[in-house]
Design a protein around this ligand. Structure first.
Ligand code: NAD
Ligand code: TDX
Length: 339
C-alpha cells in the first residue's frame, strides 16, 4: 500500500505519519508538503532515513508537481491534511486559505481521477458546522447538521468538503471525509491556544485570553484523531462523512488555568484581550456514527493527554523556541501588541 499524506510536516499530519509507519511496516508513506510557516522539517527528522518514507516539497496547488508525484508513486490512498489552519490568520488574510484549502483540494482530486486511487480522504473540521449556543448543552454536531460557517477558514474548509462530495457524486471518486474537533498534543504549532499558553507561561509572558474566555472547544488527543483516520481509510464507507470527537468540552479559561496549575505559574499571567471577530461560542461533536460503524473510541483522557503534552513541550523546548524566535515573532507582535 502506498499512501500520499499531504501536509505531513504539520501538527496532525506528522503524528499521522508516525502512527502509520509504526503500525504498518510494509506501507510506503510519501509526505507532500509545501513547508509553509506551519510546516517544519525538523518534526520529521527521525523518519527521514526510514526506507518506507519519502518527503517531497511541493504545493498541493501545483498541478504539474502533483501529477509528477502521482506518476512516480501511483498511490493507492491520498490523505489530505495540507491546509492553512489558523482562524486568526484567515481573518487577517483570507486569500491563501481559499487557494490552498479549496483549489489545492481540487488539484489533488483531479490527480486522483487521472491516475486512479482506491481512496481520497479529506481531513476536515467540526468548524464547518458553525457554533452552538452556550445555554444548550443538549445540542451536538452530527454528520447531518447543516454547514454554517463563521470564519474565512471554516468557509474554505466547508467549500472543500462540498467539492469533495461533488467529485463523489459526479465522477464517482472514492472519497471519505472526517470532521474532527480541536486536537492537542506534540508538534502543535505555538500559534494555537494550548501550545501558545504553555510557551508563554514557561516564559512568564502574559496569557492572552480572547473575550471572556467562556468559549468552549471539544478537545481530542491527536493520536486518537490519527487512529480514527486510519480506521476510516481502511474500513470506512466510500462517500460518507464521519465526525470525530471525544465528548471533552472545556472552556478556554479553564484550559488556561489548568496549564498555569500544571506548570506552577500564577493565574495573574492571564490577560483578557479583544475578542476574535465572529468568535464561535461552542463546538461539540456527536461521534456516534464512527463509534457504531467502525468501533472507534478515544483512548486518551484529557487529564492524561494534557500532562503528556505539557511534558512534551518541556522536553522539546528547542522545537518550539526555534519557531517563536523566528519569523513567527513578527506575527505574534502584529496579532497581540496592543490587542
Ligand atoms: P498545521 O497548520 O499544523 O499544518 C498544515 C501543514 O500543511 C503544514 O505542514 C504546511 O506546510 C502544509 N501546507 C500548507 N499549505 C500547503 C500547500 N499549499 N501545499 C502543501 N502543503 C501545505 O495544521 P494541522 O493543525 O496539522 O491541521 C491539519 C488538517 O487538519 C487541516 O486540514 C485542518 O483543517 C484539519 N483540522 C485541524 C484541527 C486542529 O485542531 N488542529 C482539527 C480538525 C481538523
Ligand atoms: O491566544 C489565543 N487566545 C484565545 O483565547 C488563541 C490563539 C486562541 N484563543 C481561543 C480562541 C478559541 O476559542 O482559544 C480557542 C482555540 O483557539 P485555536 O487554538 O486558534 O483553535 P480554533 O479556533 O478552535 O480552531 C482549531 O480547531 C479546529 C484549529 O486551529 C483548526 O484548524 C481546527 O479546524
Amino acid at each position: 500500500m502506498t499512501i500520499i499524506v499531504t501536509g505531513g510536516a504539520g501538527f496532525i499530519g506528522s503524528n499521522f505519519i508516525f502512527h502509520m509507519l509504526e503500525k504498518y511496516q510494509d506501507y510506503r508513506i510519501i509526505c507532500l508538503d509545501k513547508l509553509t510557516y506551519a510546516g517544519n522539517l525538523s518534526t520529521l527528522k527521525n523518519i527521514m532515513n526510514n526506507r518506507n518514507f519519502r518527503f517531497v516539497k511541493a504545493d498541493i496547488c501545483d498541478r504539474e508537481a502533483v501529477y509528477k508525484l502521482f506518476e512516480e508513486e501511483h498511490p493507492d490512498v491520498v490523505v489530505n491534511f495540507a491546509a492553512e489552519s489558523h482562524v486568526d490568520r484567515s481573518i487577517e488574510n483570507p486569500e491563501v486559505f481559499l487557494k490552498t484549502n479549496i483549489l489545492g483540494t481540487q488539484t489533488l482530486m483531479d490527480a486522483c481521477r487521472k491516475y486512479g486511487v482506491v481512496r481520497y480522504h479529506q481531513v476536515s473540521t467540526d468548524e464547518v458546522y458553525g457554533d452552538l449556543p452556550l445555554d444548550r448543552p443538549d445540542l451536538f454536531f452530527t454528520e447531518t447538521t447543516p454547514i454554517h460557517t463563521s470564519s474565512p477558514y471554516s468557509a474554505s474548509k466547508a467549500s472543500a468538503d462540498l467539492l469533495v462530495l461533488a467529485y463523489y457524486r459526479t465522477y464517482g471518486l472514492p472519497i471519505t471525509i472526517s470532521r474532527c474537533s480541536n486536537n492537542y498534543g506534540p508538534y502543535h504549532f505555538p500559534e494555537k491556544l494550548i501550545p501558545l499558553m504553555i510557551a508563554n507561561a514557561l516564559n512568564d509572558k502574559p496569557l492572552p485570553v480572547y473575550g471572556t474566555g467562556e468559549n468552549i472547544r471539544d478537545w481530542l488527543y491527536v493520536e486518537d484523531h490519527c487512529k480514527a483516520i486510519d480506521l476510516i481509510i481502511h474500513k470506512g464507507t466510500v462517500g460518507e462523512v464521519y465526525n470525530i470527537g471525544g465528548h471533552n468540552e472545556m472552556s478556554n479559561i479553564d484550559i488556561v488555568k489548568l496549564i498555569c496549575k500544571e506548570l506552577g505559574k500564577p493565574e495573574s499571567l492571564i490577560t483578557y484581550v479583544t475578542d476574535r471577530k465572529g468568535h464561535d461560542m461552542r463546538y461539540a461533536i456527536d461521534p456516534t456514527k464512527i463509534h457504531n460503524e467502525l468501533g472507534w473510541l478515544p483512548e486518551t483522557k484529557f487529564s492524561e493527554g494534557i500532562k503528556k503534552t505539557i511534558q512534551w513541550y518541556l522536553e522539546n523546548t528547542e522545537w518550539w523556541e526555534t519557531i517563536i524566535s523566528g519569523e513567527y515573532k513578527n506575527y505574534y507582535d502584529k496579532m497581540y501588541h496592543n490587542r
